[in-house]
Design a protein around this ligand. Structure first.
Ligand SMILES: Nc1nc2c(ncn2[C@@H]2O[C@H](COP(=O)(O)OP(=O)(O)OP(=O)(O)O)[C@@H](O)[C@H]2O)c(=O)[nH]1
Ligand SMILES: [Mg+2]
Length: 187
């Protein structure tokens, strides 16, 4: 018998309604990791999945990798979640749109599939100018997470892709916060 393989891989589906910014989020996180860790290229790649390509982001941590996978259209997500046991997921909600019916369908499917840990990425926060509005949306998503039994410790992180100038600094740091939340919240 050899030694157990020392590296853990945790596959984390990135779920949420169509157009909320799932692909943009993974690309932004890839760019962040490239710069932060001085990588020759963003740690993203496309994998072939049936009919379509899935974008995968490898996040390296002390104990192994989290592989964030931008799998499927909203319609296909419930089936995907039922087909494979995942320890956790990143649920993406667009801050300007907040919770929409498709968010609830996907959240319900994730809970039914036994996904215990959900980290919530509130995207497009750079499009919301009023900070109070952002607080309201954050409260709303927290309420929904609690209602669906995700617990009050589930992380909710505001992110924004594609911002420039002074605002870019804030959203740059937010990428790190989201990755940290995923690595600590999803085993
Ligand atoms: N300003 C801004 N625009 C964003 C952000 N994230 C995504 N977008 C825009 O929102 C649109 C949809 O983003 P996508 O990343 O394609 O969303 P998606 O969830 O992958 O969409 P599907 O794959 O079609 O389900 C694109 O036009 C993005 O440029 C963000 O944080 N800020
Ligand atoms: Mg996409």
């Amino acid at each position: 018998m050899g030694q157990p393989y020392p590296v853990r891989y945790t596959v984390v589906p990135v779920i949420g309604p169509d157009g909320v910014g799932k692909t943009s989020l993974l690309q932004a996180l890839g760019g962040y990791l490239q710069q932060r860790d001085h990588l020759p290229a963003p740690p993203v790649r496309f994998v072939q999945t049936g009919g379509s390509n899935a974008l995968v982001l490898d996040v390296r941590g002390d104990g192994g990798f989290h592989q964030l996978v931008d799998f499927a259209s909203a319609e296909e997500q419930p089936g995907l979640l039922r087909s494979t046991p995942f320890p956790g997921a990143v649920l993406v909600v667009s801050a300007p749109d907040s919770i929409v019916p498709a968010t609830l369908d996907i959240l319900m499917a994730a809970r039914e599939a036994g996904i215990a840990r959900i980290a919530l990425a509130l995207t497009k926060c750079n499009l919301v100018e009023d900070p109070e509005m952002l607080d309201l949306v954050t409260m709303e998503v927290r309420e929904v997470l609690e209602k669906y039994g995700c617990g009050d410790a589930a992380p909710v992180v505001c992110v924004g892709a594609g911002a420039e100038g002074r605002a870019a600094e804030r959203w740059w740091r937010a990428n790190g916060e989201l990755l940290q939340a995923v690595q600590t919240w999803i085993p």
